[in-house]
Design a protein around this ligand. Sequence first.
Ligand code: UD1
Ligand code: MG
Length: 451
Amino acid sequence: MSTALVILAAGKGTRMNSDLPKVLHQIAHAPLLVHAMRAGSALVPERHIVVAGHGADLVEAAARAYDETAEVVLQTEQLGTGHAVLQAKEALGDFAGDVIVLYGDTPLIRPETLEAMIAARATCDVVVLGFDAADPGRYGRLVMSGDRLDRIVEFKDATEQERTITLCNSGVICASREALFGLLDRVGNDNAAGEYYLTDIIGLARDRGLSATAVTCEEAETLGVNSRVELAAAEAAFQSRARLSALEDGITMPAPETVHFAYDTIVGRDCVIEQNVVFGPDVTIESGAHIRAFCHLEGCHVSQRASVGPYARLRPGAELAEDVRVGNFCEVKNAQIEAGAKVNHLSYIGDATVGARANIGAGTITCNYDGVFKHHTEIGRDAFIGSNTMLVAPVTIGHEAMTASGSVVTMDVPDGALALGRAKQVNKAGLAVKLFDMLKSKKKKQREDAE
Ligand code: UD1
Ligand code: MG
């Protein structure tokens, strides 16, 4: 059975106190909307439809950036969740399959939960995702008769007795396209909020002899974000989950609570991730690599057995091959560091290729930017770059070549050559002692004059 996702994302999110539409606020470096789309993607949906309203252009751009086949339909007035889903009716046309409705502001739903809903659809016409709420507050309540879901009553419309129900509506709902829109066409807005409630389709389904049931999940999965406080709580929940799964996947973390993952971080088995490591988006760490304390990584690839940090920064385009070492206070950007090469101390390597087994001395800088253009530095295999070398790009250092410490290298260095690019040293015999004597007597005279 094919599925289509309909993600509700038209709301403004007034309580975010923000110019940005609510669903574009991020956790783990991805918009809330993308988290919902990713969870839904596990079902390999045929269609991804996002219902946008506030900031629709921005919402559309974010949806397309994640999935270029995503379709965005407009809900110009927010007349309720039922009305929102109806905006997808035309786009879905005669799609023959199941529709899953998700909320764009609910980022923690697990793919397994959605799969359980699809499984329940095999024997039931409409499936709702419910949860047992610690504090049911203003959630819609699921009115059950055994396994059968009779209706959903919104808090505002509920009787005192119905309000004692703790099984609540998460908002996620699944039905065939035909049943969903057949039922939605009959939903009115004669209720306490004057809105078209999606939840009314359950009562209507029963009246038409269709069956409905609820699948349940942990309350944590249904956490919706309405404020910055809830955004921070969702981030914390995401991180706890990501850390736990990393530990289960065979990654050693002595202080997992200090490691921050991005939504798409990939870390291989038997890696060690030390304290206070922060992952930005698009990072892959292969198995057996060691990321020491206080590193910041984004848009980079670290191969097997490589070692990074402590205190290193890998920026987009940093490619570390097997057994590479990048040490403390080094920054690598848009550079390939080939197998076994070492960049161990206080270096900036940007727009460069560093050959296999090359050694980059402390304080080496690739001077890649002339203020307008970026230029490339090529360093050959087994090259030895002396400490504090300034490599003024574009420049090529040959295989097995050397640069003398403190050199400013502006010309290409042939294979096997030594480049000396610094002022020649001169020693003046006895001059240091003379200079000290002169300075000391000057200081003494100053003190005497002051007294
Ligand atoms: C809804 C459910 C309630 C459930 C709760 C869970 C209904 C009628 N009620 O209530 O049973 O317990 O969610 O959080 O469905 N949206 C639109 N367009 C609209 C209205 C809403 O896109 O016209 C979007 C919102 O941006 C939001 C989501 O739909 O992402 C839910 O809307 P919201 O107004 O928060 O519904 P609740 O009143 O919380
Ligand atoms: Mg809500």
